[in-house]
Write a protein that binds this ligand. Structure first.
Ligand code: SF4
Length: 449
């Protein structure tokens, strides 16, 4: 029976009436504002506690992470233990960052006891959503943790509106669409559903439809759908005739391709205005095996690009500085994936000579006392090197490593993990990163070390 007092009555207080009007106007504005003005989350990979902290500091709206074991698709990442999960969630939440737990393998029956434990733990520690691929895992989450939102992993390969809405009917609140979709196809799906949508905007890409690949299992006994991929699609293949053991004949396609299956990495920065125009809810950066410098740089660039677009969509253009930054982090050459149409040969990096990465992590800021910055070195450093501070606000500043001291004594050579202090011409925050350009000197010093 409904109590009479619970009915919504028109307010007699004029301030209350004004408040309701304001909420209504705001609601209508949000409801009918064009897709282009939605503020999508920038989602960062958190393969370790250190990366999670870095992602939070550099502006991510949400992080996604996995617990060690066979339940997430990055078994090679450091990942988190069940005991570390509460700390990870509370740290992120204290920074206003949401946490999504990946349970996105295709588990067999014997893995379900572990999955059940994880779902219960996720609900207990307050993760904001779990990411699943398998419909069995989905139904288990709905049963064991009905209050926890469920996102559908890109591994489920959702490529049409009917599938999106069918998953919504099953209780999924967000779909991470398949990478194999063009901008126009995503726009059609957006128009045909009210459910939250997310896409990958940056990072590694499978040559097969995400994870539907047997090469790693066949050649290495490592199953991609259990997070163990050895990435043999990146290998340099040659041909050998059965009776001529050890005599390799190079395999080359047109224009000298030898890395037949080596996909370039996805980067949607060049078409970011089109991405933002789609009215999506989440823009995801791939890479739970990546280091903090990679995550800090990518998160910082995409947050700046998103905020610049939202500030003035008509005047938006990709700033050269953003492209330069994205070019500085580890990559196999970039392309825009399926977003701009089905990729041709330009999607394969046939001349792959290893990852391109112009900079690496020099040090991490531990604390700041007056003008003195305490740092921990992450690579060998020598006096006179030019370093660059990456402010979490997006600013960059170069400085020369001069006058450093460690344990109260001056040092001209600093080893990885050594803590040192230095007077800096800027005011850093704890956790911020300092990078340096690769140079021949690095190799020499590294060998000496
Ligand atoms: S081998 Fe390559 S294409 Fe296959 S799952 Fe691994 S990364 Fe993807």
């Amino acid at each position: 029976m409904r109590a009479a007092g619970k009915r919504l009555m028109p307010p007699t207080n004029p301030w209350a009436a004004a408040g309701i009007c304001f909420c209504l106007v705001r609601h209508l504005l949000l409801r009918y504002t064009s897709n282009a003005m939605r503020k999508p989350e920038i989602l960062a990979p958190a393969g370790s506690m250190e990366t999670l902290r870095t992602a939070c500091l550099y502006g991510a709206d949400a992080v996604y992470l996995g617990v060690r074991g066979g339940t997430n698709l990055r078994e090679g990442a450091k990942n988190f233990s069940l005991d570390e999960l509460p700390l990870a969630v509370s740290f992120a939440h204290a920074c206003g960052v949401r946490v999504y737990l990946t349970l996105n393998t295709y588990p067999h029956d014997d893995q379900f006891p572990e999955i059940e434990d994880l779902i219960r733990s996720a609900a207990k520690v307050g993760v904001d959503a779990v990411i699943v691929s398998d419909v069995g895992v989905l139904s288990l989450v709905r049963k064991l943790a009905p209050g926890v939102a469920v996102h559908l992993s890109t591994q489920a390969n959702t490529v049409n509106t009917a599938a999106v809405n069918a998953w919504a009917d099953l209780g999924v609140s967000r779909i991470i669409l398949a990478r194999e979709l063009s901008c126009e196809e995503i726009a059609r799906i957006r128009d045909g559903t009210k459910i939250e949508l997310e896409i990958f905007i940056h990072g590694s890409v499978c040559i097969s439809v995400s994870g539907r690949c047997l090469i790693s299992d066949y050649l290495c006994g490592r199953d991609p759908n259990r997070g163990q991929c050895a990435q043999p699609c990146r290998w340099d293949y040659a041909l050998m005739e059965r009776t001529r053991d050890g005599r390799y004949m190079p395999v080359t396609q047109e224009e000298g391709f030898t890395f037949l299956f080596n996909s370039r990495d996805l980067c949607l920065l060049p078409v970011f205005d089109r991405v933002m125009g789609l009215g999506l809810d989440g823009l995801k950066i791939e890479g739970r095996n990546k280091a903090p410098l990679y995550v800090a740089t990518a998160v910082s660039v995409y947050c700046q690009a998103r905020d610049a677009y939202l500030g003035d969509p008509g005047a938006f253009s990709v700033r050269p500085g953003w492209s330069e930054e994205i070019g500085r982090i580890s990559n196999r050459g970039y392309f825009t994936g399926f977003f701009t149409g089905k990729p041709g040969p330009e999607g394969i990096n046939g001349d792959f000579a290893g990852y391109v990465q112009t900079h690496h992590l020099a040090a991490k800021v531990l604390e700041v006392n007056g003008g003195i910055t305490l740092m921990e070195a992450r690579n060998p450093l020598i006096e006179g090197m030019e370093l660059e501070w990456l402010s979490s606000s997006g600013a960059r500043q170069t400085f020369c490593l001069q006058g450093a001291s460690s344990d109260g004594k001056p040092v001209s050579r600093i080893r990885p993990n050594q803590v040192f202090s230095i007077e800096t011409p800027f005011r850093a925050l704890a956790g911020e990163l300092v990078r340096k350009r690769y140079s021949e000197g690095d190799k020499i010093v590294a060998e000496r070390e």
